[in-house]
Ligand binder design. Sequence first.
Ligand code: NDP
Length: 444
Amino acid sequence: MKSSEVLDLLKRRFPNEPEYHQAVEEVVESIEDVYNEHPEFEKANLIERLVIPDKIHSFRVTWIDDKGNVQTNMGYRVQHNNAIGPYKGGIRFHASVSPSILKFLAFEQTFKNALTTLPMGGAKGGSDFSPRGKSDGEVMRFCQAFVEGLWRVIGPNTDVPAGDIGVGGREVGYMFGKYKKLAEEFTGTFTGKGREFGGSLIRPEATGYGNVYFLLEMLKTRNIDIKGKKCLVSGSGNVAQYTCEKLLELGAIPVTLSDSDGYIHDPDGITKEKLEFVMELKNLYRGRIREYAEEYGCKYVPGARPWAEKGDIALPSATQNEIDQTDAETLVKNGVIAVSEGANMPSTPEAIAVFQSNKILYAPGKAANAGGVSVSGLEMTQNSERYSWSAEQVDEKLRWIMANIHENCVKYGKEGDGYVNYVKGANIAGFMKVAKAMMGQGIL
Ligand code: NDP
């Protein structure tokens, strides 16, 4: 297998899907040597079967807005690979959602899920519906209409969706309710559910907490204490909020947050009380991060991301390709020691190259943000058992899983000079598990 040939094939067969090509390119480049050590993989044309999704469902979603107008959006579910378990991955509602974005996310999810040690395949779904500015009733009607298009292809042993950008507890609740009614069953077909109907404790916190647990493991390799470190966090949604919460608990100092309109810089640090304000602002009132600056009198920069500010650690937690080469160079120039990705693919390939050539501790999303899907996996286990574990039990398992993923990254990613290439480590560890499972199940 030559990674360039795989890429050429994908570009010919699926043109105009840059995010999908970008995600595949990163993986095939880093597994090329390992793949070529296994001629049986090539004989089974494993690589093509691994990079092309098993199935892609697309459907029109029709709903009625508050003014009585009939609206349409597109809905999708990309079921990428189920070699190691039922398809599993979030649902994203954002105006930018396209087949390319969902294919990149489903592809990444397959490797991420393999890394967690839990039996979950990879999938992703979503819609170009934007919840921004929509009433609660509109969001509910949209979620119900979306599930009408989706419900026949999901199920507790088939495909278990969860949240992502624009999809939190409220949306998962509406989707779960509609699924329950259509399928006439009460099963754990969605994760990230409300606590009262099967949701796991620590699921809302899991991605942010997990990212910080992974960061701690990386810092440990260089005997660096997180206490007192200034942290640049982007986003202000689920992942960013719980990243800040865990950083504060450990004595680190988050100084930035952002949304799609701009970022705030609070040099005094985002305290627990200020974080509570953000949670209320974003989760209850669905306001803008600009309002933080108005409340606390700090700097707000519209139309920009926080990477030009000085910080020791960067935790991008908003969206894909939010750190480019120039941002990465600025971060390095300003002395950043670690970058741990809460978002999926937030750094461009050029930015990753800057981090790695400067030997910065750099963790890709598929390793560092795997805590979310891990606790989703634990929610599936609890639902199957019709039982629920305490917050301490779930948190302990989450910590163990993140430490284990870190260990695997080091095992496969340590280079001659001792530097750990976490991208390579995560890709090889995830790939080997999925590849062996596919080989064991014959040509499908
Ligand atoms: P939320 O919708 O809760 O928050 C997303 C945040 O990112 C918001 O502040 C949003 O701003 C901002 N944002 C979204 N799109 C853009 C954009 N195009 N440009 C700038 N800012 C943007 O989502 P999550 O916190 O759940 O997800 C954040 C990231 O983490 C995503 O990459 C997601 O795939 C990843 N992730 C999430 C997991 C989870 O468990 N939730 C699990 C693993 C990864 P605004 O309010 O203006 O839209």
